[in-house]
Design a protein around this ligand. Structure first.
Ligand SMILES: C=C(OP(=O)(O)O)C(=O)O
Ligand SMILES: [Mg+2]
Length: 401
């Protein structure tokens, strides 16, 4: 029933106005699925390779489609993704492009679910999963590679840890976003928005910490549940080999100083989440920080692990971090992403399913987070390509998908 009978690939826009790959998968019994690849800006050195959209489409048409159409069942995700790997023939998807691979992988999953008549999260997770909902981490203030002349730290993320439902959590994050706008206006600080819809004011990181603290406290009082906050430092973007340290507007921090700085902020603001606090090559520094604050906060590896089981296993061996960011396009297929989540879970690491800074209206990651019982999802706070996922989570919780 789920035998793939056709795949169509096309170039569509992402949220930055760049070209990305959209895939349609059709099956023998009329099943249909559509997937779109997102795209990063602060990409990790070890990520799977995204090719220019036109090139990725041409390569996938030539190499992947003959191995999938009439050959593989969309309902068997491991077969689909194995065929994509075989068609690619490299270990980083530079043959057909991770953008083509992930679009086809997600489209096939949706076509499989369509034939089964099941919601995507149930198809991916099975009937015994999908009863827990992730807490959304909402990007509220940001800079780094996502906005010019703003904070050095890439993302200040609201974390509504006390929310009684996904719906309340999503609205709380939007309220924090609005509250920050009001605080910025009170301080006469103009602010545009970065790639993910976060405010990108020209303030120091210290001022951003203060503003976040004030905003989450105000909104927590209004909503009546606890709202904390966290960070994506995107440390690899701050780290500079030549300076032998982390380059901030107000100076360079050595690795030891960076660890001390982040540990100090975790204490001062009760941060519940710290992503990529250190460089993507420094497992040892991640391990040092995790030993200091890992019992009070999630120390999450994004560019460090790149959703890759081998890099995650190296981190587990080194006690580096206690959680992993999961970005399907960073590794190329849903199978690879789920394998990383399963290794993380078996090793006591938490999984945080994530969008990219360049996004589309695709909602697959909302289903992936629910399917794998991920405790957190990072998919912005406002903006159509972000609310597509947040609203889908609300629908999943409401049994309306
Ligand atoms: C979402 C992120 O940004 P990008 O997609 O630019 O890597 C991130 O670093 O976690
Ligand atoms: Mg990150």
């Amino acid at each position: 029933m789920t035998l793939i009978t056709d795949i169509r690939l096309r170039r569509v826009l992402d949220s930055r106005g760049n070209a990305t790959v959209e895939a349609d998968v059709l099956t023998e019994s009329g099943g249909f699925g559509r997937g779109k690849a997102p795209s990063g800006a602060s990409t990790g050195e070890y990520e799977a390779i995204e090719l220019p959209a036109n090139e990725a489409i041409a390569k996938a048409r030539e190499e992947a489609l003959p191995r999938l159409i009439g050959e593989v069942h969309a309902g068997n995700q491991r077969d689909v993704d194995a065929a994509l790997h075989a068609a690619d023939g490299t270990d980083d998807f530079s043959g057909i492009g991770a953008n083509s691979a992930v679009a086809i992988s997600m489209a096939a999953a949706k076509a499989g679910a369509d034939v089964l008549g099941a919601p995507l999260y149930q198809h991916l997770g099975g009937t015994f999963r999908g009863n827990e909902y992730p807490t959304p981490l909402g990007n509220i203030i940001g800079g780094g590679e996502h906005a010019a002349d703003a904070t050095n730290i890439q993302e200040f993320l609201a974390a509504p840890v006390g929310a009684p439902s996904v719906e309340e959590a999503v609205f709380a994050n939007a309220a924090v976003h609005q509250e920050v706008h009001d605080i910025l206006a009170d301080r006469d600080l103009p602010a545009g928005k970065g790639d993910e819809g976060a405010w990108a004011p020209s303030v120091s990181d210290d001022e951003a910490f203060e503003i976040m603290d004030e905003a989450v406290e105000t909104v927590a009082d209004d909503f009546g549940f606890a709202i904390s906050f966290g960070l994506d430092v995107a440390g690899a973007e701050l780290y500079d080999d030549e300076s032998d340290g982390y380059v901030y507007d107000d100076g360079v921090k050595s690795t030891e100083e960076q660890i001390e700085y982040i540990a100090g902020k975790v204490e001062e603001y009760d941060l519940v989440y710290v992503e990529d606090p250190l460089d993507e090559n420094d497992y040892e520094a991640f391990a040092d920080l995790t030993a200091q604050v890992g019992d009070q906060t999630l120390v999450c590896g994004d560019d460090l692990f790149v959703t890759n089981v081998e890099r995650l296993q190296a981190g587990i061996n080194a006690d580096a971090g206690n959680s992993i960011l999961i970005k399907p396009n960073q590794i190329g297929t849903l199978t690879d992403a789920v394998d990383a989540i399963e290794l993380a879970t078996a090793s006591g690491y938490e999984s945080v399913v994530s969008h990219r800074s360049g996004e589309t209206e695709d909602t697959t990651i909302a289903h992936l987070a629910v399917a794998t019982d991920a405790p957190f999802i990072k998919t912005g706070a406002v903006g159509g390509e972000r609310t597509a996922k947040l609203n889908e989570l609300i629908r999943i919780e409401d049994n309306a998908v």
